[in-house]
Design a protein around this ligand. Structure first.
Ligand code: AHR
Length: 333
C-alpha cells in the first residue's frame, strides 16, 4: 500500500523538484558531515512559516542544504505566514505518507486536530524552532530550537550592565514584540521581564506587536516616539528585522540610535551585525537559524525507531558593545 502511494505522480514531481533545488544548493557549498551510508528511502515533510526575516530565509536554506547532505528527500512547503497553510501542508504530508513531519509552528495554539491525525497515521512529528501548546500530550516527538527564555534573560542582563556603566538611575524601556502567541514572543518577553524584575531602575513603558517584520518595527517605533518622545532610554526588539525597521525612525526623529537610545536586538544576521559594528545597535543576543543538522540526524533516528531527546537547544552567544567585534567572522545569513 505504502509503495503504491509513493508512486503517485504528484509526490514524485514534488520530490524531484526539491532534489533539484537541493543539488543546485550543493553545487554552491561543500558538504559537512555527510551521512556515510545514506538511506535514500527517507522522506521528510517540512512546513516552514514563511520568509518574514533574514533569520527565516537562513533557516530555510540550512534545512534544504542539510537534507541534501544527509540524502533525505524533502517535501518543503512555505506557509506564507498563515497557520491554515501549515495545517493544510501537514495534511498533505500525511496523505503522501511521509516518514517524518517537521514544522516550525507560527503560533502555539490550534494544532491538536492535525497532529492527532499525524499520530493516528503513525508519522512522527518534530517541532523545529518554535514550541506549541496542545491539550493532548505526546503529539510530537521533540523540539529542536533555541531557548528563547534564556535569550530574553541575556538581553535583560546586558541592559542591567549597560545601565550600570552609564550610571542611569531610571531606565525607560519600549519593547517591540514578535508575533503574538508565538513561542519566541512569549519567552523573550518573559525572560527579559524576569531578568530586570529585581532592578528598580527598569520600567517597561509599553510593548507593541511588531510581528517580526521590518515595516512593523518601523511603525511601532513611530508610535513609541509619538507617545514618549525623548523619555525613551531603551528599545528592546524581539528580532533584527524589526530593529532594522526601527533604527531609521529613531534617526528621523533627530536621535542617535546606540547613544540617545540603547538598542537591544535578537538574532545576529549579517545586516544587524554590521549595524552593531557601526554602533547603532548596542547588543544582539544570538538566535541561530542553523538547525538543519540536528533536524536531519533526528529524522534518521526516528526512521530507525530510536528514541530521541525531548528538547535540543543550540549554543548561542551574545554580541555587544562590551566586546571587540572586529574579529567576528561572516554570519552566513
Ligand atoms: O522563531 C525565531 C524567530 O522568528 C527569529 O528570531 C525571527 O527573526 C524569526 O522570524
Amino acid at each position: 500500500m505504502k509503495n503504491r502511494i509513493r508512486n503517485k505522480i504528484g509526490r514524485t514531481l514534488c520530490v524531484i523538484s526539491i532534489l533539484l533545488i537541493a543539488s543546485l544548493l550543493s553545487a554552491c557549498g561543500k558538504k559537512e558531515n555527510p551521512q556515510e551510508e545514506p538511506d535514500p528511502g527517507i522522506l521528510l515533510g517540512f512546513s516552514q512559516i514563511g520568509s518574514e526575516s533574514a533569520w527565516r530565509v537562513g533557516n530555510t536554506n540550512d534545512i534544504m542544504k542539510k537534507a541534501e547532505e544527509y540524502k533525505i528527500s524533502l517535501m518543503f512547503e512555505d506557509a506564507k505566514q498563515k497557520q491554515e497553510n501549515q495545517i493544510a501542508a501537514i495534511r498533505r504530508f500525511i496523505a503522501y505518507k511521509v516518514d517524518v513531519i517537521a514544522f516550525s509552528p507560527i503560533v502555539e495554539d490550534g494544532w491538536d486536530n492535525v497532529l492527532l491525525e499525524a499520530k493516528n497515521a503513525g508519522i512522527p512529528v518534530i517541532l523545529v524552532d518554535r514550541d506549541i501548546s496542545t491539550e493532548e500530550e505526546g503529539l510530537t516527538t521533540c523540539l529542536i530550537g533555541a531557548d528563547f527564555y534564556q535569550e530574553g534573560v541575556k538581553a535583560g542582563e546586558y541592559l542591567i550592565r549597560k545601565a550600570d556603566s552609564l550610571g542611569l538611575d531610571r531606565v525607560n524601556i519600549v519593547e517591540i514584540t514578535g508575533t503574538v502567541n508565538s513561542t519566541p514572543m512569549r519567552q523573550r518577553q518573559a525572560g527579559f521581564a524576569d531578568a530586570i524584575a529585581g532592578d528598580e531602575r527598569m520600567h517597561v513603558l509599553e510593548s507593541i506587536d511588531g510581528d517580526f517584520i521590518k515595516s512593523r518595527g518601523a511603525e511601532c517605533m513611530k508610535m513609541f516616539l509619538e507617545e514618549y518622545g525623548d523619555e525613551i532610554d531603551v528599545v528592546y526588539s524581539h528580532n533584527d528585522e524589526m530593529t532594522l525597521g526601527a533604527i531609521p525612525v529613531i534617526e528621523e526623529a533627530g536621535l542617535v540610535p546606540g547613544k540617545d537610545i540603547v538598542v537591544i536586538s535578537i538574532d545576529g544576521g549579517q545586516d544587524a551585525i554590521d549595524v552593531l559594528k557601526q554602533g547603532k545597535i548596542n547588543c544582539i543576543v544570538e538566535c541561530t537559524p542553523r538547525l538543519g543538522k540536528e533536524v536531519m540526524e533526528t529524522v534518521i533516528r526516528l526512521k530507525n525507531g530510536e528514541t530521541v531527546e525531548k528538547t535540543i537547544h543550540p549554543d548561542e552567544a551574545v554580541f555587544s558593545d562590551e566586546q571587540d567585534l572586529t574579529k567576528l567572522g561572516p554570519r552566513g545569513y
